[in-house]
Design a protein around this ligand. Structure first.
Ligand SMILES: [Zn+2]
Length: 188
């Protein structure tokens, strides 16, 4: 599959999800048997952990099609970067989508400040750069979009493997934004 094929596959799957017409294909025993010794997922989705955002549903994908990496605020920390490296280096995945979403609680918490716990506060530090460059009066959803764009840059900035893959045009990375009610994913 070319990058264009993959983006079309994601867009078509999302259109089915938006229309409440999921195909639910490639989710059966024969697919499980086919995948027992290998997998060739065509895309990685770096998503927030939010329960309302489910990449496999949003793109109407089946088993073995997506590598989904989930971390609050869809940030590029060591573990999420390493997980993406794994897909790029060993599974040959050609597209990475950094999926921000509407009404992200992690982004809201980072914007609003205050103390939560050492671990949560540490996670939220990854969202701080987006808040810093957001224009005055930016809404949380705007910060979420900026955060995804910065995360795209972070993936090459923090990983030699991903950087080389992008330079060699083996991988392309896209920011995207999930709308909670429509289910539509906007690439931007
Ligand atoms: Zn979120």
């Amino acid at each position: 599959m070319t990058t264009e094929d993959i983006l079309k596959r994601l867009a078509d799957g999302n259109a089915r999800f938006v229309a409440d017409k999921l195909s639910r294909s490639l989710q059966n025993r024969s697919r499980r048997e086919l995948l027992i010794d290998n997998q060739k997922p065509f895309a990685v989705v770096l998503s927030c952990v939010d329960s309302r955002v489910v990449p496999e549903l949003a793109f109407d994908t089946g088993l073995g099609e997506l590598v989904v990496v989930r971390v609050g605020g869809n940030v590029a920390n060591k573990s999420s970067v390493a997980s993406i490296e794994f897909a790029v280096k060993y599974l040959g995945t050609k597209v990475v989508v950094v999926l921000a979403h509407e009404n992200c609680k992690a982004v809201a918490a980072a914007c609003d400040g205050g103390k939560h716990s050492n671990n949560i506060d540490y996670l939220l530090t990854y969202i701080a750069p987006a808040i810093k460059i957001a224009p005055a009066g930016a809404m949380h959803n705007d910060v979420a979009k900026i955060n995804a764009r910065l995360t795209v840059a972070d993936l090459t900035g923090k990983s030699v493997i991903i950087k080389h893959a992008v330079e060699n045009e083996d991988v392309k990375i896209f920011p995207a934004y999930y709308n909670l009610v429509s289910g539509k994913v906007d690439f931007y």
